[in-house]
Design a binder for this molecule. Structure first.
Ligand code: FPP
Length: 267
């Protein structure tokens, strides 16, 4: 990866508020391929190339965590051939990309009901996660057989089990307890969620985690989404005011206090 300074030059974005965690719904692979009279699986292959470029750009900008929707629980209903080609692509991607991710100090983690994937794929996932477990530059979370509702249900089941074992009482359950059981617990919630391909919905991605996430929708099809598109999304994010339920005045005031304390005690 190139040096941070070099990569940021001529960029639309400011260094001061790079989103720490970006989530992406990588939509539009199929349409990208059909426009070229190619099979949909070619679109997914091109989508993997786009992902490679975006990971690199995120790493260079100092994004700490990137979560991508690679395969939803609903994607099993696609034509059998497309599902099987996608699974092959995941296998090959894990074989080819893990070393490079590792060399670039990127940790890879999978979220979702991975137990339903083939044993061979599960083994590769396990190996990639173990190999990169101590990497610290950036975390790449790949959502595979993931659904936001599934995530909330699996977290709820764990709390119910704790209740039935007498470890907690139902009346004591709060958001913090549920958040501890949800996928990506221990990570900050995504600051920015990008969806490519023109649709303006979340489609069952990170429902719990994106309560206060800024959303960015672009008509660009995922395989065409390059570093400039990422910069545009981050610039749009930087133009937003994140209020987390507060008023604009309250946000202004707390930003002023934060800036004063960051610049140290005044003389
Ligand atoms: C949605 O586009 C895309 C997917 C269901 C698959 C995305 C997967 C990749 C980009 C490969 C990533 C690989 C790894 C290992 C992380 P679509 O098919 O719904 O496109 P359409 O809306 O144009 O039909």
């Amino acid at each position: 990866m190139e040096s941070l300074q070099k990569k940021k030059r001529n960029s639309l974005i400011s260094d001061s508020s790079i989103p720490s965690h970006i989530a992406i719904v990588m939509d539009g692979n199929g349409r990208w391929a059909l426009k070229r009279n190619r099979p949909r699986s070619m679109g997914h292959k091109a989508g993997l190339n786009a992902l490679r470029v975006v990971i690199e750009r995120c790493g260079n900008l100092g994004v700490r965590e990137l979560t991508v929707f690679a395969f939803s629980s609903e994607n099993w209903n696609r034509p059998e051939q497309e599902v099987s080609r996608l699974m092959d692509l995941f296998m090959r991607a894990l074989d080819r990309e893990t070393r490079e991710l590792d060399e670039n100090n990127v940790r890879i983690r999978f979220i979702g009901d991975v137990g339903a994937l083939s044993t061979a794929l599960q083994k590769k996932i396990q190996r990639a996660q173990t190999q990169t477990a101590n990497n610290t530059r950036m975390i790449l979370n790949v959502a595979a057989n993931y659904g936001g509702r599934w995530d909330i249900v699996q977290a709820t089941k764990k709390l119910v089990e704790d209740c039935s074992r007498g470890l907690i009482r139902p009346g004591d359950i709060n958001e913090e307890m549920l958040a501890k059981q949800i996928c990506l617990n221990g990570s900050s919630d995504p600051d920015l969620l990008i969806r490519t391909g023109g649709e303006m919905r979340i489609s069952n991605f990170l429902l719990w985690q994106s309560a206060y996430t800024e959303l960015h929708f672009t008509p660009t099809l995922w395989p065409d989404f390059g570093p400039e598109s990422l910069d545009e999304a981050i610039a749009a994010y930087q133009s937003r005011e994140r209020r987390f339920g507060l008023t604009s005045e309250q946000v202004d005031k707390s930003n002023r206090i934060f800036r004063q304390s960051a610049s140290g005690p005044s003389a």
